[in-house]
Design a protein around this ligand. Structure first.
Ligand SMILES: CC(=O)SCCNC(=O)CCNC(=O)[C@H](O)C(C)(C)COP(=O)(O)OP(=O)(O)OC[C@H]1O[C@@H](n2cnc3c(N)ncnc32)[C@H](O)[C@@H]1OP(=O)(O)O
Length: 453
């Protein structure tokens, strides 16, 4: 997707709804430093963060320059230049099963001042973002959520999970293959030029990851505020294959009290190959003078237990929803990914906001490629539950847009949602459809997003 983010007009419904509350809904000009800084300050306050230092403001101003930035203003408050609500959004690729990328719309920085909460401001902004996403041609919208109770009502569902992985250093005995390449310590500035390409390759091979923007890599590498304590703690390692070609990098820190063993902690590991992934893990778990290793936002399906003699050296905590997906255009979304098995499935989607509602036919060939069509209800034959297919004979499932988002990347099986009473099969299918949907939606890799956005 490539277009002028500011060209999308402000959503008329949101404008009207907010105006009726005495509020102004505005697009923030990110070149207007005063207005953009006020927006950044409101964003920090909204997330209960300390007031930002100038270096953080400068960083955020650079990041939001590539985004659509909106604020809600209350002319009656003591400082009307500070928005009482914020939201930002931008087009991004989302990696889907089969190694492809789908056009998505990322939504972030959703805050409403505690002085203005529960007046429907966030609702107005979130509904407007769905319109913006459609105007931008996105097949779906994505976000990471501060609380799991907020976004379901707007059609978003948890589509990937993430976890903290702990490794007991004393029980670490590597039984994985020895790699032909080498791990090197490198200076963060030196990695800056190749980090985007490595991150791009890592994102492309991992269902559930979204495109990285330059600022996030700078922050991960500690380059935003290099003299700060947290940046100076960061160490960067790169894995080069046997030909000397860089294939991945990790950023970690060792947390320790004086005279105590340390704890290795990392939240950024970008591997373009399985070999690089293994070797970076090996480097992180085999350090001396540490008691444990802690990986944040890791996959719930890491290969690590199969690389250590003692898989019980690993414990997993904080398993939680991470990427939330909201399907807007089922035809484009479903056609973008590859599927686990061939078949024809009719999918009836309900959607409280209307965007994705309809009956669709998903036809997958032997190579896992899909053709998707929206079926005119008049053409669909009745099958008891209302689910049918163009041919009238294909197995069918019926589900809400929330459930469609949940199964889209293969993070949860349709049969689990059927057991929860949230996916139904057509009467004619007698359970066959759920079993087929399980096999079709299964991806090769457990979906995983390893950043917050
Ligand atoms: C993608 C992201 O940016 S995630 C970050 C979200 N932001 C934060 O966590 C920062 C702190 N929280 C806030 O700023 C605000 O509480 C917000 C943005 C979450 C909600 O703003 P509000 O304007 O109060 O929400 P609003 O009044 O529009 O409520 C909309 C609906 O969501 C519900 N809701 C809002 N916040 C919450 C919550 N924290 N938990 C559960 N439900 C919530 C409301 O009850 C309401 O439900 P209904 O319309 O179905 O009856």
């Amino acid at each position: 997707m490539s277009f002028d983010l500011r060209a999308i007009p402000l959503d008329a419904t949101a404008l009207r709804t907010l105006a009726a509350k005495g509020l102004e809904y505005r697009l923030v000009d990110t070149n207007d430093v005063a207005a953009a800084t006020a927006w950044v300050e409101a964003d920090f306050r909204g997330f209960h963060n300390a007031r930002p230092r100038q270096v953080s403001v400068d960083y955020d101003l650079a990041v939001i320059a590539d985004r659509r930035v909106q604020g809600v203003y209350d002319p009656s408050i003591a400082d009307p230049a500070i928005p009482v609500a914020t939201v930002s959004s931008w087009p991004t690729g989302l990696s889907v099963p089969g190694g492809r990328s789908v056009d998505a719309w990322a939504v972030s920085s959703v805050t409403v001042s505690p002085t203005h909460r529960r007046r429907g401001i966030a609702r107005a902004l979130m509904l407007a973002e769905l319109e913006n996403a459609r105007a931008a041609g996105a097949a779906l919208a994505v976000l990471t959520a501060s609380e799991a109770t907020i976004y379901g009502r707007f059609g978003y569902a948890p589509a990937t999970r993430a976890a903290t992985v702990h490794v007991d250093r004393r029980r670490t005995h590597w039984i994985g293959p020895d790699a032909p390449g080498r791990v090197h310590f490198v200076a963060a500035e030196d990695l800056r030029t190749i980090a985007p390409a490595l991150a791009r390759r890592a994102v492309a091979r991992t269902t559930g990851e979204i495109d990285r923007w330059p600022g996030i890599l700078d922050r991960a590498l500690g380059l935003v505020d290099p003299d700060s304590e947290s940046s100076r703690r960061k160490r960067v390692v790169r894995y080069d294959d046997e030909h000397g070609n860089p294939q991945g990098f990790a950023v970690f820190q060792v947390l320790r009290d004086p005279n105590e063993h340390g704890i290795v902690e990392f939240d950024f590991l970008a591997a373009a190959t399985d070999e690089a992934e293994r070797e970076l893990w090996r480097f992180l778990v085999e350090q001396d003078f540490v008691t444990s290793v802690r990986g944040l936002l890791r996959s719930v399906d890491e290969p690590l237990p199969w690389l250590l003699e003692d898989p019980r050296a690993i414990t997993v905590s904080d398993v939680a929803d991470h990427l939330w997906v909201r399907v807007l255009d089922p035809v484009a979304a479903l056609a973008s990914r590859r599927y686990g098995t061939a078949g024809t499935l009719a999918i009836e989607v309900t959607d409280p906001q209307g965007h994705a509602a309809g009956l669709y036919e998903l036809v997958v060939d032997e190579r896992g490629r899909a053709e998707v069509a929206r079926i005119d209800p008049d053409r669909a034959s009745g099958t008891g539950t209302g689910t049918g297919s163009a041919s009238g004979s294909a197995p069918g499932i019926r589900l809400g847009v929330h459930e469609l988002g949940a199964i889209y990347l293969g993070g949860v099986r349709p049969s689990v949602l059927a057991r929860a009473g949230r996916v139904a099969s057509s009467a004619a299918s007698a359970g066959r459809a759920i079993e087929l949907a399980d096999r079709m939606f299964l991806g090769q890799r457990t979906p995983h997003l390893s950043i917050w956005f």
